[in-house]
Design a protein around this ligand. Structure first.
Ligand code: ATP
Ligand code: ZN
Length: 226
């Protein structure tokens, strides 16, 4: 699949928390689309800006491979995959272009409610469950804490109750899921929101001009919202 040169292709989440707000924001920039029958591809009508509807986790990789030019994804996913590439010795292939003001949450470290929290050193030798191993490992390394990172793709908050872990590192918005599992947040690793992600270098040719136009319209649309 080689990328089109004269049309801009943006990857957004197909379903989930960011799917509707991402489309609504792009629509407020004057974009409209004709949907394909499989609902995976939306052909831009008012501008040559197409959408690809995917899992959020696939978005950084699609940008890295040049399959998509831009994407709308949580900063948490983008930074996790950036750290993972760095750990694997691969060069940066995507970066945050602009924060978009929705999908706000934080990546937090949480411990059982009955722990008297004294600081990161208390995690030494403990098991911490997370879906963000690269971000957690970087945070622990900066604090010179050696702990075991247990990678889970979902249901992270129940890991302590199941005896799989002592603490968790997970996304939190209201904190009600943590409380329901007798956990309390004790540190914030990352403040996150949805961002426009793109390649490290600016886009060239017609796609560069389309991206500039889109950024100007986003600027206007986000200013009105504030
Ligand atoms: P997909 O099927 O695309 O992989 P997902 O289940 O990984 O979806 P969602 O739960 O829809 O993803 O979350 C998408 C993004 O929404 C998160 O990566 C995060 O940036 C943001 N978000 C905002 N609040 C929360 C929250 N309370 N819990 C989880 N994610 C949140
Ligand atoms: Zn996902």
């Amino acid at each position: 699949l080689s990328p089109p040169r004269d049309r801009l292709r943006i990857a957004i989440q197909k379903s989930g928390r960011l799917a509707e707000p991402a489309r609504a924001l792009l629509a407020s920039c004057g974009l409209s689309w004709r949907e394909s029958r499989d609902r995976l591809f939306c052909y831009g009508e008012t501008l040559a800006v197409d959408l690809l509807l995917v899992r959020d986790d696939d978005i950084p990789g699609l940008i890295a491979e040049g399959v998509c030019d831009l994407g709308i994804v949580g900063r948490n996913v983008l930074l996790e995959q950036a750290h993972d590439r760095e750990r694997g010795g691969r060069p940066p292939a995507f970066r945050e272009w602009r924060a978009l003001g929705f999908g706000g949450c934080r990546l937090a470290l949480a411990v059982p409610e009955d722990w008297a929290w004294e600081g990161p050193a208390q995690l030494r030798g403990k098991r911490i469950a997370t879906s963000y191993p690269a971000l957690l490992a970087a945070w622990l390394r900066e604090r010179a804490v050696e702990a075991e990172v247990v990678v889970l793709s979902g249901s992270v908050e129940i890991a302590p109750r199941l005896g799989q872990a002592d603490a968790v590192c997970d996304l939190v918005s209201t904190g009600s899921t943590l409380a329901a599992n007798q956990l309390k947040p004790v540190a914030t690793l990352l403040e996150s929101e949805a961002v426009l992600a793109g390649p490290v270098q600016p886009l060239e040719d017609a796609r560069g001009e389309l991206a500039d136009l889109l950024l100007r319209r986003l600027e206007g649309a986000l200013r009105i919202r504030r």
